[in-house]
Design a protein around this ligand. Structure first.
Ligand code: 5GP
Ligand code: ZN
Length: 115
């Protein structure tokens, strides 16, 4: 854990969040500023700063982020309709929290190309 990291603190339950699901390696919670009817963030419990830091050592947890996001999409009833998964990485993509997080956005239609 990085003691200065907001999402490490959420994973450690030191900062409150609306938890959606938890596994041994992953925790998912509602984004505090939702951009769609569902906007859930899925994070590894382990501190990984961004997608640039994914290596063979964390392939399994990154796969689990995707699997659990799909589970939430199914449970909330928009899996067949469609949804968006996003890893913002560094400044040009607008990353603001430097603990790897997968955005699950669903419940509406999304434009392409993204803004
Ligand atoms: P990024 O821009 O880094 O890809 O996404 C960070 C996300 O974290 C944003 O969508 C923002 O709304 C969300 N966020 C930032 N601080 C908090 C917080 O304290 N609690 C929760 N639940 N979400 C947060
Ligand atoms: Zn962290």
């Amino acid at each position: 854990m990085d003691p200065s990291c907001l999402f490490c603190k959420i994973a450690a339950r030191q900062v409150p969040a609306k938890i959606v699901l938890e596994s041994e390696r992953v925790i998912a919670f509602e984004d505090r500023d939702p951009q769609a009817p569902t906007h859930v963030l899925l994070i590894p419990r382990e501190h990984v700063p961004s997608s640039l830091h994914v290596t063979a050592a964390n392939h399994a947890v990154v796969g689990e982020l995707v699997e659990l996001a799909s589970r939430v999409a199914r449970e909330r009833g928009f899996a067949e309709d469609g949804y968006r998964l996003v890893f913002n990485t560094n400044r040009a993509a607008g990353q603001t929290v430097f603990h790897l997080h997968l955005h699950l956005l669903g419940g509406r239609s999304f434009g392409w190309p993204p803004g």
